[in-house]
Write a protein that binds this ligand. Structure first.
Ligand SMILES: [Zn+2]
Length: 76
């Protein structure tokens, strides 16, 4: 795959942070390899990476724990 399936933009290799939600818990995985669309920013993970990412959902010992501020959007 080398074109974005949404906008047909060019995909380039990159690495970065990704977030996953599991049962109301947010986990962050850093240094993940992915392809990213130059135009719309959509990220694509290959099959092997996706499988590995899922394994972190069951990983008991994170590198570090950070606090995340939570806001509720107020309309009007
Ligand atoms: Zn795109």
């Amino acid at each position: 795959m080398n074109k974005c399936q949404y906008c047909n933009g060019k995909l380039i290799k990159n690495k970065g942070r990704t977030e996953k939600w599991v049962n109301n818990r947010l986990i962050i995985i850093e240094n993940v390899p992915f392809l990213v669309c130059e135009d719309c920013g959509e990220k694509y993970y290959d099959a092997e990476t996706s499988l590995k990412l899922d394994e972190y959902l069951y990983e008991a010992k994170p590198e570090k724990i950070i606090e995340v501020p939570v806001f509720v959007y107020k309309e009007g």
